[in-house]
Design a binder for this molecule. Structure first.
Ligand code: KG4
Ligand code: ZN
Length: 348
């Protein structure tokens, strides 16, 4: 069978990314230009600034990615891009770049849902098996997704307020850690112990999540320590927050694994880079669910990147999914049916 090579572009938030992916699972080149240094100055992503930096970086990163793969645009089979969800100004830059390339070189244009990309990042480890349960944990999303086959997404659980990555970043801010808080809390938690008791978030619906209360609980706990003239251990608070957040996360996963008959469990999204979460998934899956296969995505492809968009686009390509040149970015693209729900997606 002929190899299918896809050039993919991702600009949904604050990373300008381009990758060239062969047959959905082999990365020929992948580059991510992070804007974190700039946004750290503001304590979070500033959408207008993100769009401007995407404009500065997009052509350079595409050119550099082609150079690393030793390819010309003429040689790729399709151009893929993240259509949504994300920051609308950021998404527009990637969408426009992809449309321009597809038009100029007469290549098929493939729109990709950002979360589908996160799920298919697991294809770099091994083939996905269906029915599959995906736990998506990122800065904008916390979702349990059931897939009976490729590109068949059913959201069976979601956050009712903050995403888990958002909670990590907000707690990071409360603890005066630089943006983004997630990786900092991850490393500090390894030096601390979960000694501060934080209430486990309670949600009526068995598969939905809630994380906004946890940030308030951290603040209350810090205030209480101050009132009692006790010294706050930042490492212990990081460990306590992480312990509570990941416990509640895993309880919902277990509930879903017990409710649905699945062959494989996959982890997805930026928070999948968390060392403790990766440990929990490995230990619990091997001990409690030996009959269910599981994948933890490669560390490099957990946070936003374009290789994952190329992996997802390969499936879309085979399914005949193509966009017309009038396609636009969608800030709130629904994973299940691709419709714009009209909500404004937050990045922080
Ligand atoms: O998937 P992603 O790169 O962007 C979105 O689509 O949102 O996820 C970014 C999120 C941020 O909230 C960041 O703090 C979190 O992932 N994150 C982590 C870690 N690395 C990134 N959270 C916890 N532990 C980490 N090691
Ligand atoms: Zn993401």
């Amino acid at each position: 069978m002929k190899d299918i090579i896809i050039l993919a572009i991702e600009t949904s938030c604050d990373e300008t990314a381009c990758a060239i992916v062969k047959n959905g699972n082999e990365i020929l080149a992948s580059n991510v230009a992070s804007q974190i240094d700039v946004h750290t100055l503001y304590g979070g992503v500033v959408p207008e600034v993100a769009s401007r930096i995407h404009i500065e970086n997009i052509s350079l990163i595409i050119k550099e990615t082609l150079r690393q793969a030793n390819m010309m645009v003429e040689e790729v089979d399709a151009i893929a891009f993240t259509q949504g969800p994300g920051l609308i100004g950021s998404l527009h830059i990637g969408t426009l770049a992809a449309k321009t390339l597809a038009w100029a070189y007469n290549k098929p244009l493939i729109p990709v849902h950002h979360l589908s990309g996160h799920i298919y990042a697991n294809a770099f480890v091994k083939d996905l098996k269906f029915p599959l349960l995906a736990l998506i944990v990122s800065g904008g999303h916390t979702e349990l997704v059931l897939m009976k086959q490729d590109y068949d997404f059913k959201v069976i659980g979601e956050t009712l307020d903050d995403a888990i990555g958002e909670a990590y970043d907000k707690v990071g801010r409360v603890l005066n850690l630089p943006y983004p808080g997630g990786p900092k809390i991850d490393s500090l938690a390894q030096k601390g112990n979960p000694v501060y008791k934080l209430p486990q978030p309670k949600v009526e619906s068995p598969l939905d999540f809630s994380f906004s209360g946890l940030k308030s609980a951290v603040m209350q706990s810090i205030n209480r320590l101050e009132r009692n003239n006790q010294v706050l251990s930042v490492a212990d608070m990081c460990a306590s927050f992480q312990h509570t957040a990941l416990n509640t996360l895993w309880q919902k996963v277990e509930k879903a694994l017990e409710t649905y008959d699945v062959r494989q469990f996959v982890l997805a999204g930026g928070v999948a880079a968390n060392s403790q979460l990766r440990k929990i998934v490995k230990e619990k899956m091997e001990k409690n669910y030996p009959d269910i296969d599981y994948i933890i995505p490669p560390l490099k492809y957990c946070t936003d990147n374009a290789a994952m968009i190329g992996a997802s686009a390969y499936i879309a390509y085979k399914k005949g999914i193509r966009a017309d040149y009038d396609i636009g970015a969608k800030a709130s693209l629904d994973l299940a049916n691709g419709l714009n729900k009209g909500k404004i997606q937050k990045c922080i």
